[in-house]
Ligand binder design. Structure first.
Ligand code: ZN
Length: 206
């Protein structure tokens, strides 16, 4: 399916909001990543001279679009889930935040929206912990049930304000443990016992 819009959610895990010094809000905060930033390549290339942080997230693929999708009906609009990385230029994002400016370019650069292969929806499988190791050290671990706003709530909220289209992706927020990537890092993304993706980080400087 052709991917159209890439939406993402901020502060959707309380422990991550806390580590960033943010409050958990009463309504979800959405932002967008450019579809030009999408990548399923096993090599992550860091843009020259920038500090890029990993955010491990469950990514929802919308299979059937709609307006005003109800919470009870929301899963029928999802055709798959995968693990992804919402790569972020953190210093640039802080600079934009300080200036009260949109942080779009801190979230959208070539390869910043990393996806792995989408699985058909199976909530028994996806109720397992998902995790990220860097150089064999676990840095992030989360579980769908820790989301402040679960996936049906996100779909209902967004589709009440904007039509969702088949092919849209929603990055559903990151658990705590975000941090910078270095050239040479080896990343493994997993769900339960299963490895969902492996990535090697290299710098565009070399
Ligand atoms: Zn994120």
């Amino acid at each position: 399916m052709k991917i159209t819009n890439i939406y993402a959610v901020g502060r959707n895990y309380a422990a991550h909001a806390q580590e960033m010094g943010n409050k958990v809000l009463k309504e979800p905060i959405f932002f967008q990543k450019s579809s030009a930033s999408l990548s399923d390549d096993s090599v992550i290339t860091l843009p020259r001279g920038r500090e890029i942080h990993h955010e491990l997230e469950i990514v929802t693929s919308i299979g059937k679009g709609g307006n005003n999708i109800q919470v009870d009906d929301a899963w029928t609009h999802v055709d798959g889930l995968c693990l992804g990385l919402d790569l972020t230029d953190r210093p640039l994002q802080h600079k934009f935040k300080e200036g009260r400016l949109p942080w779009f370019l801190a979230k959208s650069f070539p390869g910043s929206a990393v996806i792995t292969q989408f699985d058909p929806l199976d909530l028994n499988v996806w109720s397992r912990d998902f995790w990220l190791t860097i150089n064999d050290m676990e840095v992030q671990r989360g579980n769908m049930d820790q989301m402040v706003f679960d996936i049906p709530a996100l779909i209902a909220y967004l589709s009440a304000r904007l039509p969702l289209t088949a092919g849209d992706l929603i990055y559903t927020g990151t658990p705590s443990g975000v941090g910078p990537l270095e050239s040479g890092d080896e990343m493994i993304l997993g769900l339960g016992e299963e490895i969902k993706g492996k990535f090697r980080v290299k710098s565009a400087d070399k």
